[in-house]
Design a binder for this molecule. Sequence first.
Ligand SMILES: Cc1cc2nc3c(=O)[nH]c(=O)nc-3n(C[C@H](O)[C@H](O)[C@H](O)COP(=O)(O)OP(=O)(O)OC[C@H]3O[C@@H](n4cnc5c(N)ncnc54)[C@H](O)[C@@H]3O)c2cc1C
Length: 390
Amino acid sequence: MNFELSKGQREIQERAAEFADREVATHAAEWDREARFPAEVFEKLAQAGFMGLCVPEEYGGAGANFLSYVLLLEEISRADAGVGVTLAVHTSAGTLPILDYGTEEQRARWVPELARGERIGCFALTEPTTGSDTASIETRAERVDGGYRLSGHKQWVTNGRAAGTMVVFARAPEGVTAFVVGVDEDGISFGKHAEKMGVLSATTDDVILEDVFVREEDRLGVEGKGLRVALGTLDGGRIGIAAQAVGIAEAAFRYAARYASERTTFGKPIAEHQTIAFKLAEMQTKIRAARLLTHEAAWMKDQGMPHGEAGARAKLFASVAANEVTYDAVQVLGGQGYMKDHPVERYYRDARVTEIYEGTSEMQRLVLSRSIMRDLSAPGGILGSRPVVG
Ligand SMILES: Cc1cc2nc3c(=O)[nH]c(=O)nc-3n(C[C@H](O)[C@H](O)[C@H](O)COP(=O)(O)OP(=O)(O)OC[C@H]3O[C@@H](n4cnc5c(N)ncnc54)[C@H](O)[C@@H]3O)c2cc1C
């Protein structure tokens, strides 16, 4: 067993951390206050090769593996969770499904611009009437000469207004089907811009589709097999959200630990009061455990192993941990923690959504508990609880 990152991964981690501190963390409070999508930072991420980090070089990416991308997401999210989710959705949900399920023509047509950051990707599955229950989507894909016409309402599309390319799901005659479309196509408009609790530097928009023509060649995979594309994409996407949660928690922990070493009450730093000291120990332990689960899931994906359950476990644990750690960080700062003068108030709001998007915590528990039941009835017992490594 080897827990060390490779030299290349450490270099990416260091470059990502340095970028996050210089270009993102310094502006995060302002973007949050103004609820502004910072387009300029994505140009810089593109210049750094971070908009297609885990995309093969032949398609315009940097050719690193998924674990390296997870390291990047943690660092960026540590600085600003809104920028983190924008990058996560652009990559895992807006770019990788085209690589994983697309034809060679589709990869060549769509991926290089995404990987170079010339277009931002988005993923439109959720609708006003359905989120967790993905099979119930109502957006229609009517068959017409040469392709399809899409009509419907997609809700809360991360990157919506800022995106150039959309992976979108609609119900065709054979069932739910995935498509790739340019967001500038006739018939696409934006509805409500979501006013959120957190991740305010990310843009979240409703997308209205009115008779949008999509060429047959832009259907992703087989007609009727779109749920496979959606759920397979989310298997990887969840690992990214787990990394985002770890990044937010790490930021909160670092800030709280420093504050606890400086703030004195009753003649000593609050870090020397056992209640605060033990809180810090718990926070750090949760973060380390969440990171290990996240790295394990990313490693499994890189090995080509099934990673749906590992990703569900990582997301479940990391998002709950992020909520607990940011809650505790506010508590460590006392009244100051409740004020916008300190970033822990923002971390606390940002952490909340990690238990909701790309599958709620309840849906992760459902995936995992069903797998436990399957394993229980299989010969050999609860295989899912055996550690993957060792
Ligand atoms: C900021 C933000 C950004 C988002 N970005 C995107 C995006 O880019 N693209 C996209 O397609 N979607 C996006 N979403 C949507 C997100 O994925 C959904 O909100 C999420 O999947 C939950 O769906 P829902 O909100 O419809 O909740 P519902 O499905 O209505 O669930 C409501 C509650 O019931 C629980 N529940 C539902 N079914 C069950 C069950 N069978 N067993 C137990 N509990 C259950 C849920 O866990 C939840 O607690 C975004 C959401 C937010 C908040």
